[in-house]
Write a protein that binds this ligand. Structure first.
Ligand SMILES: C[S@@+](CC[C@H](N)C(=O)[O-])C[C@H]1O[C@@H](n2cnc3c(N)ncnc32)[C@H](O)[C@@H]1O
Length: 261
């Protein structure tokens, strides 16, 4: 079950001293984007910079918001590739569609749904990207299991997200910012790694990029789905079993937590 929309005071991952938002993108990237897409940026990194996208690939952006990373991905994978954006709110999907139209990219599809139950078949995507959305999920185990399910064998993950230093307990994370502000719901580095391992992913790395609160950082999280024939036992197996394992590895979200934007 996904987090709910809303974003209360409008502070969701908002531009804040350069730690979130459009200022993280370089001049070259900004030049590729319509003003509306730049303005709508609410992320904490630039996943397309680290995803090493290639012509012809299928890319999925989880929580695509105003579409900034979908538009950049569409340009990277070219007309033989496809960039998919998944978001749970009609407002963001409409904004992303308008921005993609203005950018003139045609190899994009925006889907309505939640990252905890991705409306795509298994093994249908080469690369999963996301920008500051996993921390908002109220069921991160389900979301990571879905990432593993939709990736083709050998497919890769390049996610920007907020991550807490190991040893900073959930109460301390919540003291540093709100859930909707992309702080309180952040996993620690080792929780992220454990969740991804439990989902059946490998070659996992979490690389901090900049501090967003005391003891909390924006980070690039990379992983890969084992290639066909590779054994990832005991973590491989039915999706339900991997989901249960991921949920055991991750802290439970209080029912009051809310996603945003
Ligand atoms: C912080 S904004 C980031 C948007 C975009 N990735 C960016 O970098 O600008 C979070 C986005 O994720 C969406 N979102 C939050 N939780 C979600 C969920 N569980 N499933 C799908 N979308 C979700 C929100 O609607 C919003 O558009």
């Amino acid at each position: 079950m996904g987090g709910l929309g809303g974003c209360g005071g409008g502070s969701c991952c908002a531009e804040d001293g350069g730690r979130f938002g459009p200022g993280l993108y370089g001049d070259d990237e900004r030049a590729e984007l319509p003003a509306g897409a730049r303005r709508a940026a609410l992320g904490c990194g630039v996943p397309t910079e680290v995803a090493d996208l290639r012509e012809g690939e299928v890319v999925l952006d989880l929580g695509s918001g105003g579409g900034i990373d979908v538009i950049l991905s569409a340009r990277r994978v070219g007309p033989t590739g496809l960039a998919l954006g998944l978001d749970m709110t009609d407002e963001m999907l409409a904004l992303a569609q308008a921005n993609a139209r203005e950018a003139g990219v045609r190899n994009v599809i925006f889907l309505k749904g939640v990252i905890e139950s991705i409306p795509l078949p298994a093994a249908s995507v080469d690369v999963v990207i996301s920008n500051c959305v996993l921390n908002l999920s109220t069921d991160k185990g389900a979301a990571l299991a879905e990432v593993a399910r939709v990736l083709r064998p050998g497919g890769r993950v390049a996610i920007s997200d907020v991550v807490a230093e190991d040893g900073l307990p959930p109460a301390e994370r919540a003291a540093r910012g709100s859930y909707a502000g992309c702080i309180a719901g952040a996993l620690s580095t080792s929780e992220y790694v454990a969740g991804m391992e439990a989902a059946g992913l490998e070659e996992i790395s979490v690389q901090p990029t900049h501090e967003v609160a005391d003891g909390m950082h924006a980070a690039v999280v990379r992983a890969r789905k084992p290639a066909a024939g590779a054994t990832a036992a005991p973590r491989s197996g039915p999706v339900a079993r991997r989901r249960e394992a991921a949920e055991r590895a991750l802290p439970l979200a209080p029912a009051s937590r809310r996603g945003c934007c």
